[in-house]
Design a protein around this ligand. Sequence first.
Ligand code: SME
Length: 171
Amino acid sequence: MAETVTVDPTASKDQTYSDLARQIAAVVEGEPDRTARMATVTSILATAFEHFFWTGFYLVDPTKGDELVVGPYQGTLGCLRIPFGKGVCGTAAQTGQTQIVGDVHAFPGHIACDARSNSEIVVPVRDAQGRLIAVLDVDSSDYNSFDETDARGLEAILAQTFAQPASIPQP
Ligand code: SME
């Protein structure tokens, strides 16, 4: 198991995401627990990218179906529940599409959990059957922190960790 997160400061962002994907795969290898996988992804991303000041998951609450409840995260206190359709996380959950928001203050219905948040990216998380199980929310104190490279990099990490967890023993 990798002991620390290693990031090459000279690598491109694309390369960094590939390196992190490999490190995450190595750490969660054989671990079937979804919470453990989410906590690992959160820790590795937040450690690797210093401008990620809030990094975490909002899970689809199976008892409600149309509401997110906070899961593993790193950062300041996040709100506990977000209805589908509300804010950036709720929009990602409702549409099933990654949301890149360069200025959160211009986003209708944005939920301000931490006043320092100025831009964010929210990526839907699906299981092996394609069901939406959560969204990954990353907030930055900079404006325009996230682009298509972040979207593709995060989507790849989430797919390998939650939709194609080949290393999880089958029942
Ligand atoms: N920014 C999110 C709310 C959650 S927190 O920032 C932790 C949103 O508008 O969906």
